[in-house]
Design a protein around this ligand. Structure first.
Ligand SMILES: C[S@@+](CC[C@H](N)C(=O)[O-])C[C@H]1O[C@@H](n2cnc3c(N)ncnc32)[C@H](O)[C@@H]1O
Length: 264
């Protein structure tokens, strides 16, 4: 059990799908369909309820999917939501102890909103494993450390800095990459000889995404408080003002998507 609820993942999915770079999704799909296997295998790490499978739409229904997570409730949800006709298997595993068998047979490994939880060592080990089996990597929605609002508040900078500090804490994989995960994936994959493309894929949240904004703001304030770098009172005041302003301001949260494909 990881602590990620299906309700939170459902709130973020529309923003995630709007943010994902269509060009990288297309190239990833092209890589999948360019092989000789009629139903190539994608392994989705930290799949949650299967957002990445849905992000590929109809194109992905012709592939086989191995959905991996350590949260059995999310895997059950992913299995229940699998599109008609899609071949999906679910695997319960703690990725912090990566068993390379999980990747076997993959033409592409995918993950979204996962790598900021992971350590540099995890990414290096994964990329080495991908190189050894000749698979590509599509890593979407890696938080890049930037969160800004159209109506600034004097505490924004301190809250985001404390949140980013919290992001680097241990989330089960050792010290997390947090905002460095996107650049780290790109660097390590290039060093390993992959062809790497990146795209900035921010959330751009308006009043129509009030539910997501509320939960996101609560998470920012709570993480900032937990670091001790911002007082509980200051975080609470900031949260109050920010929550009131959801109706009038926009919030932009930066991400970096990476696609790493084996050199031809
Ligand atoms: C932010 S959620 C993203 C879920 C999904 N990829 C999406 O985009 O909606 C992170 C996911 O990683 C999973 N996760 C976190 N730590 C894990 C670990 N050590 N082993 C396996 N899965 C893990 C969580 O259960 C959760 O489903």
């Amino acid at each position: 059990m990881s602590g990620f609820e299906a309700r939170w993942l459902d709130l973020r999915e529309p923003a995630d799908h709007a943010a994902r770079a269509p060009s990288l999704l297309r190239r990833a799909a092209h890589h999948m369909d360019a092989g000789e296997e009629p139903r190539p295998l994608v392994v989705d790490l930290g799949c949650g309820t299967g957002s990445t499978l849905r992000a590929f739409g109809q194109t992905g229904h012709g592939w086989r999917w191995r959905l991996v997570d350590n949260d059995e409730a999310l895997l059950a949800e992913a299995s229940q939501r699998r599109p008609d006709g899609a071949r999906v298997e679910t695997v319960t595993a703690d990725l912090a102890h990566l068993d390379r068998e999980i990747l076997s047979g993959a033409r592409l490994v995918t993950a979204s909103a996962l790598f900021d939880l992971c350590s540099d060592g995890f990414v290096a080990n994964l990329i080495e494993a991908l190189k050894s089996i000749g698979a590509g990597l599509y890593a979407a929605l890696n938080y890049d450390g930037t969160t800004t609002w159209s109506e600034p508040h004097p505490m924004d900078e301190a809250i985001v800095a404390a949140f980013n500090h919290h992001q680097r804490g241990d989330k089960g994989f050792g010290p997390a990459l947090g905002p460095d995960s996107g650049p780290a994936i790109a660097r390590l994959a290039r060093q390993a000889g992959f062809m790497v493309e990146t795209a900035q894929t921010p959330w751009d949240l308006g009043p129509d995404q009030a539910g997501l904004q509320e939960r996101f703001l609560e998470g920012l304030a709570q993480a900032a408080r937990e670091t001790g770098r911002v007082s509980g009172e200051a975080a609470q005041d900031w949260l109050g003002v920010r929550t009131e302003r959801i109706a009038t301001s926009r919030c932009v949260v930066g991400h970096l998507d990476c696609l790493a494909l084996p050199a031809a």
